[in-house]
Design a protein around this ligand. Structure first.
Ligand code: PEP
Length: 250
């Protein structure tokens, strides 16, 4: 069976009660007739999970979080556990977004434990990997992303096939400069080959591209054989753009 396409918005720290309601009303309306083989969802700041759960009710949209704790419960001030996310209806959580890695010191080891915690609670971890511009220019792209993924593969054991992987070149995030379809495809193919060593489900797994995806470049990226969708930052905050991206996947 062909893989479904999947478009996930990452709102980052951009949200308000009124803004969320307006955005999702517009998105829901635009996507009412969307091809059912296209899955969409939004990763929202934790305080809005309850609200957005209600706003998504009756739509096929997935509710997601942007991070989860590596710990189960206890004295971890400021953290949100996978169990809490599950209780509020999350279907997925991002783990290892480059902003968490670079601004909050997250290592691949921590990201891997977060992925395992999410899986233990029935949440799909969307594991983000990607090289910096310096790493790309030094010819290290494949080494860097494979190393980031391999730590997660080893940590989650027989659950590898349940992951979603997002390839997000750091130099493309929020810069307006997306990877070319060829640059993204060759990394996706390498990641899928790496997954295939660990799980018989690699051919069914969803590999998303992220980094300045927008209506003008989506069709070409999404037409690549190993690109199954997108993780979308800026454009996910603009209803017509997010809807156009979902439609480009159909
Ligand atoms: C992201 O932060 O996951 C992302 C892809 O951002 P943008 O689409 O704004 O580049």
């Amino acid at each position: 069976a062909p893989r479904r396409k999947c478009l996930l918005g990452n709102w980052k720290m951009n949200a308000s009660l009124d803004g969320n309601a307006a955005l999702l009303a517009a998105v829901g309306q635009s996507l009412a007739g969307l091809d059912q083989r296209v899955q969409w969802g939004v990763a929202v700041p934790a305080p809005y999970l309850a609200q957005v759960r209600g706003l998504l009710d009756g739509t096929p949209g997935w509710l997601g979080a942007q991070d989860c704790s590596a710990h189960e419960a206890g004295a971890y001030t400021g953290e949100t556990s996978a169990a809490m996310l599950r209780e509020f209806g999350c279907r997925f959580t991002l783990v290892g977004h480059s902003e968490r890695r670079s601004l909050h010191g997250e290592t691949s080891a921590t990201v891997a434990i977060k992925a395992r915690q999410a899986l233990a609670l029935g949440l799909t971890p969307v594991v983000c990997v990607g090289e910096t511009l310096a790493e790309r220019e030094a010819g290290q792209t494949f080494d860097v992303v494979k190393k980031q993924l391999s730590v997660v593969i080893h940590e989650v054991g027989h659950c590898v096939g349940e992951l979603i992987v997002a390839y997000e070149p750091v130099w493309a995030i929020g810069t307006g400069l997306a990877a070319t379809a060829q640059q993204a495809q060759e990394v996706h193919a390498a990641l899928r080959a790496q997954l295939a060593v660990a799980t018989p489900r690699a051919a069914q797994m969803l590999l998303l591209y992220g980094g300045s995806m927008k209506p003008s470049n989506a069709a070409e990226l999404l037409s690549q054989p190993d690109i199954d969708g997108g993780l979308i930052g800026g454009a996910s905050l603009v209803a017509p753009d997010f809807a156009a991206l979902c439609q480009a996947a159909a």
